[in-house]
Design a protein around this ligand. Structure first.
Ligand code: TMP
Length: 201
């Protein structure tokens, strides 16, 4: 029996990391994140998100994140799923399509193809995207922005539009959750949506 892979997605400041953690607790699932989740992945994360260090060009950014993803799939995701564990990952392939494909303008299909190579075809069973109002986002983000978060409002609008397009294109595999309200309110919405879309095996 293989476990189920659930990916949390959304623009920065949506509270998705908190919600990923709460769902993982609820399901007794492995909780992990991208970029990162492995020793190599965490090194690559610090390179790609460092606001003051060397800045990769857009294609290099896409490839560094994809390299971290390949390591994550091989070392964490596949072994856990094959052992029958459910896995909740805070960001996965759709982040690359939204940020590098739509945000940086590298193209959704091109970036998806890079991720397909990196993951050897491992897709999430369910993608949960958290959407919040702009005011809530600003409040949650604070002043501490990573290099990619610093890309500006137009970039951010393209990222959000990218997520919407993906959610619309695959309504059976994607669920959009209203992230406004208290942490508990949102957690209840997430749990209900996941239970409906992904009944216990
Ligand atoms: P986080 O703040 O949710 O941990 O995400 C880290 C940053 O990395 C965030 O600015 C989004 C960015 N990112 C991409 O641009 N592409 C990706 O594929 C992933 C996984 C993250």
């Amino acid at each position: 029996m293989t476990g189920r892979l659930i990916a949390f997605e959304g623009a920065d400041g949506t509270g998705k990391s908190t919600q990923a953690r709460l769902l993982a607790d609820r399901l007794g699932a492995v909780l992990t994140r991208e970029p990162g989740g492995t020793p190599l992945g965490e090194i690559l994360r610090s390179i790609v998100l460092d606001p003051v260090g060397v800045a990769p060009v857009d294609r290099a950014e896409a490839l560094i994140i994809a390299a971290a993803r390949a390591q994550h799939v091989a070392e964490v995701l596949r072994p856990a799923l094959e052992a029958g564990r459910d896995v909740v990952t805070d960001r996965y392939i759709a982040s690359s399509v939204a940020y590098q494909g739509y945000g940086r303008g590298l193209g959704a299909d091109e970036v998806a193809a890079v991720s397909a190579f990196a993951t050897d075809g491992l897709a999430a069973d369910l993608v949960v995207v958290i959407e919040v109002d702009e005011a809530t986002t600003a409040e949650r983000l604070g002043g501490d922005l990573d290099r990619i978060e610093q890309a500006g409002v137009d970039f951010r609008s393209r990222v959000i539009a990218g997520y919407r397009a993906m959610a619309d294109a695959e309504p059976d595999r994607w669920v959009v959750v209203d992230g406004n309200g208290t942490v508990d309110e949102v957690a209840d919405r997430v749990a209900a949506a996941v239970a409906e879309r992904l009944p216990a095996p």
